[in-house]
Design a protein around this ligand. Structure first.
Ligand code: ADP
Length: 487
């Protein structure tokens, strides 16, 4: 089926990449990749294991030494070349993404450009890894700080952004001088392999980017967290798995970056521009069928505008067209698996049983594909699972509040702290509320807050470390203090 849809079929890879070679699993095991829009198998991919991962780590360690004999300008040019190739192949990469992940094609194209922006950004930032000269305590000494690559990086990524979650890790790693062993999600390995193929074509040397497609996630995770040559683990995924990986990395005291779950609140005050708030909540909720870690998970609306907000949001949601992401008419695709869609249905059922009301949607679509109807549900309270758990589906739960303090308390009443959004026209309130929200990122009158130029990341159990921006390289660098004596 891919054959008719891609301009360049050689972007479709079904093996792992170790030290520049496309390899099958030692045991010749494979796993299937499915199209969530119809449940059909679209590819069979090599299912690599611990031994292959170990070889990849060793190759990455060798490659890194050679990489760091190059000038920063050469490294930067190679990254730039990779960026150019990703953008030149945007259509094909988007098609691959929609087929394995389900999101509508326009969103896939957007993600490819967004993912590529990290490569472009870090190609530029590679030239700005500065050290420091420090004041000395005595006349005969000089003290300085130099920044060095941390070492081989293990990266584990999720299926919801099969391209951008990878480039956001690999681009800063390479810019900082580190090589990478990547385990992409088993649901979406094809996007990862196509990106690696383009990196090869760009001239990124063998062994700098190794990709381990695998169904055996814990086995691969144990290698990446336990192998002494891996100096840093970067992970995007659930808080549950993040905690397991952090515990494992403790054995060899590795540095970690963790981009974990979110439970983003949208606070809509009665002085807000309601049109903007409805549009912002809509975008933040339903992008990628609600499967993003910064998706609006709880919409908190002041009682004075509650009825109007619910009505207007519901009217907008009526216009969604659910369908195969490759069809021009579709505005929202399926969820990643049947299991995911059933989990969303359970959260909705729990809320309804405890007194919440549906205004639209609420059910799984019958037939093939893992579609859940775009849903608005009102009159939520803190006893319901939707108040506490990340829904990861197209369900907009709307809560009511009376005062600013109450809204902030509700917003912060979660172990998560990734993104939060506020709608108000009051300048003082936007400062006050932004400062009191316990989140790594706050959007005021804006929900499309992410880009390569900002530090993306969370606090509390949403993780640690930041991706993108001038801060994004820090996670891949060690600071070394050098003292020159006898001057
Ligand atoms: P999601 O809910 O987004 O699927 P997960 O945390 O389950 O989040 O998965 C994110 C990534 O972590 C995927 O690549 C998955 O294969 C991987 N993963 C899941 N469990 C483990 C584990 N025990 N060790 C290492 N990686 C894991």
């Amino acid at each position: 089926m891919f054959e008719q849809k891609l301009t360049d079929q050689s972007l479709l890879k079904s093996k792992g990449l170790i030290n520049g070679e496309w390899v099958s699993a030692d045991a010749h095991k494979t796993f299937d990749v499915f199209n969530p829009a119809n449940g059909e198998c679209i590819a069979t991919v090599a299912d690599l294991g611990a031994a292959e991962t170990k070889r990849a780590i060793e190759a990455a360690n060798v490659a890194m030494t050679d990489w760091n004999t190059r000038t920063v300008k050469e490294k930067s040019a190679l990254l730039r070349q990779w960026f150019d190739l990703v953008m030149a192949n945007q259509e094909d990469l988007a098609t691959i993404m929609t087929l394995e992940q389900g999101k509508v094609l326009a969103e896939s194209k957007g993600e490819v450009a967004y993912g590529a922006s990290y490569i472009e950004w870090f190609a530029e930032e590679a030239k700005r890894i500065y050290g420091d000269i420090l004041p000395s305590t005595t006349q005969d000494r000089r003290s300085m700080v130099i920044k060095q690559p941390i070492g081989v990086v293990g990266a584990i990524t999720p299926w919801n952004f099969p391209n951008a979650m990878i480039t956001r890790k690999i681009a800063p790693a390479l810019a900082a001088g580190c090589s990478v062993v990547l385990k992409p999600a088993a649901e979406t390995p094809l996007s990862a392999l196509a990106l690696a193929e383009l990196a090869q074509r760009a001239g990124i040397p063998k062994g700098m980017i190794n990709v381990i497609p695998s169904k055996q996630s814990s086995e691969i995770g144990e290698q990446l967290t336990g192998h002494p040559l891996v100096k840093k683990l970067t992970f995007t995924g659930s808080t549950r798995v993040g905690k397991i990986l952090m515990a494992q990395t403790a054995q060899t005291v590795k540095r970690t970056s963790m981009e974990l779950g979110g439970n983003a609140p949208v606070l809509v005050f009665d002085d807000a521009d309601i049109d903007k708030a409805v549009q912002g909540a809509l975008m933040a909720k339903f992008r990628n069928a609600g499967q993003t870690c910064i998706c609006a998970n709880r919409i908190l609306v002041h009682s004075n505008i509650y009825e109007e907000f619910v009505r207007r949001l519901t009217e907008k949601v009526e216009h969604f067209v659910l369908g195969d992401g490759l069809a021009d008419s579709s505005t929202m695709g399926p969820l990643i698996t049947r299991h995911a869609a059933e989990g969303v249905a359970e959260l909705v059922a729990d809320a309804l049983a405890k007194g919440a009301q549906l205004t639209i949607g609420g059910a799984l679509n019958k037939g093939t594909g893992f579609f859940f109807q775009p849903t608005v549900i009102r009159d939520l309270d803190q006893t319901m699972r939707l108040a506490k758990e990340e829904v990861f589906g197209p369900v907009a739960p709307i809560f009511k509040f009376e005062t600013e303090d109450e809204a902030i308390a509700m917003a912060n009443d979660t172990e998560f702290g990734l993104a939060a959004y506020v709608f108000t026209k009051d300048q003082s309130r936007s400062w006050r509320v932004s400062e009191r929200l316990e989140y790594g990122m706050v959007g005021v009158n804006e929900t499309a807050i992410s880009s390569e130029m900002i530090p993306f990341g969370g606090v509390k159990e949403s993780g640690q470390g930041r991706e993108g921006s001038k801060y994004g390289l820090d996670d891949y660098l060690e600071m070394k203090y050098v003292c020159l004596g006898d001057i």
